[in-house]
Design a protein around this ligand. Structure first.
Ligand code: 13P
Length: 253
């Protein structure tokens, strides 16, 4: 049985006061469920990782990073290494978020390097995939998602897949208020699981957690997560408010 996994991607939001307050509110609001019946993570901007880590304290709310660089150290101005993320208490790291792909120009090859570097650095990657609106309209959703998954996971063996989470985030549903219907989400999640069965084996496919992301709110979270292959959510906007994010986490239980 897969434990649901709800993560809040804060993107480029919050500050040194509001960030820790939000994290603490999430920790308090989910005590008793976080870590036991649902995996919970908050994913703040790099600069707030230490204060957010301190704010979640000894609770079972994990902390993740929004990005990573794939070199160990050296002359890479502006970048953050796997060891640095580990050093400030990160557990998870997003790889290939759609904003990194489509706003910052990350390729499948870069995403793959970041995912491999995360695993090598003992961080748990969340590989984000999803199609643009024009790709969906052109009937290319499965083709795009398959390419992103195959390329993103290149060089990852079955044993390492226990450390990987997939997040399906249709780009047209991110920050638009236009959520995928539960049928649309389930269709792609089932496709991803079947694909992982082909690339790996039935047990990898059965055990991997696949989150849905894109305008998840307290009022649609439950119906999405009730779908058999939707194992949690990657939440943007609604993860910035304690009450909304806690409600989404509780909808997973
Ligand atoms: P929204 O929930 O704001 O649509 O963002 C989704 C997302 O991109 C999470 O990574």
């Amino acid at each position: 049985m897969r434990k649901p996994f709800v993560a809040g991607n804060w993107k480029m939001n919050m500050d040194s006061q509001t960030g820790p307050a939000l994290a603490q509110g999430v920790a308090e609001g989910t005590s008793g469920v976080a870590g036991d019946s649902v995996t919970v993570a908050v994913i703040p901007p790099f600069v707030y990782l230490p204060v957010v880590q301190a704010a979640v304290g000894s609770s079972k709310v994990a902390v993740g990073a929004q990005d990573i660089y794939f070199e160990e150290k050296g002359a890479f101005t502006g970048e953050i290494s796997p060891a640095m993320l580990k050093d400030v208490g990160c557990t998870y790291v997003l790889c290939g978020h759609s904003e990194r792909r489509h706003v910052l120009g990350e390729t499948d090859e870069i995403v793959n390097k970041k995912l491999l570097a995360s695993l090598a650095g003992e961080l748990l990657p969340i590989l984000c995939v999803g199609e643009l609106l024009e790709e969906r309209d052109a009937g290319q959703t499965e083709q795009v998602v398959e390419r992103q998954i195959r390329a993103g996971l290149a060089g990852v063996d079955a044993a390492k897949m226990a450390q990987v989470t997939i997040a399906y985030e249709p780009v047209w549903a991110i920050g638009t208020g236009r959520t995928a219907t539960r049928e649309q989400a389930q269709e792609v999640h089932a496709f991803i699981r079947k694909l992982l069965g082909e690339i790996y084996d039935a047990s990898v496919a059965a055990e991997i957690r696949i989150q849905y992301g894109g305008s998840v709110k307290p009022d649609n979270a439950k119906e999405l997560m009730n779908e058999p292959d939707v194992d949690g959510c990657l939440v943007g906007g609604a993860s910035l408010k304690v009450d909304d994010f806690v409600a989404i986490i509780k909808a997973a239980v």
